[in-house]
Design a protein around this ligand. Structure first.
Ligand SMILES: Cc1cc2nc3c(=O)[nH]c(=O)nc-3n(C[C@H](O)[C@H](O)[C@H](O)COP(=O)(O)OP(=O)(O)OC[C@H]3O[C@@H](n4cnc5c(N)ncnc54)[C@H](O)[C@@H]3O)c2cc1C
Length: 44
């Protein structure tokens, strides 16, 4: 049985979790409430 995981938020945690699950061949869908990028991490 294939599972699809919904992840709320496309911040660093959500994107990392999506990538880790992808490496385990688990499908994810990331839902982000903001439509534009507003950087808060100034060191990158
Ligand atoms: C002012 C400020 C400056 C910072 N500067 C730095 C820095 O210079 N360097 C550094 O390393 N760290 C910095 N940080 C810390 C860094 O931003 C956090 O550690 C990091 O963003 C946490 O990632 P996260 O994925 O857990 O949460 P977030 O980055 O907050 O991501 C959560 C995402 O979920 C979305 N979301 C929330 N609720 C919903 C919902 N109901 N439906 C859909 N989407 C939703 C939000 O829009 C957001 O995009 C700073 C933080 C702040 C507040």
């Amino acid at each position: 049985m294939r599972a699809q995981v919904g992840i709320i938020g496309a911040g660093p945690s959500g994107l990392l979790l999506s990538q880790l699950l992808h490496l385990q061949d688990i499908d994810t869908i990331v839902l982000e409430r903001r439509s534009s990028y507003q950087p808060t991490i100034n060191t990158l």
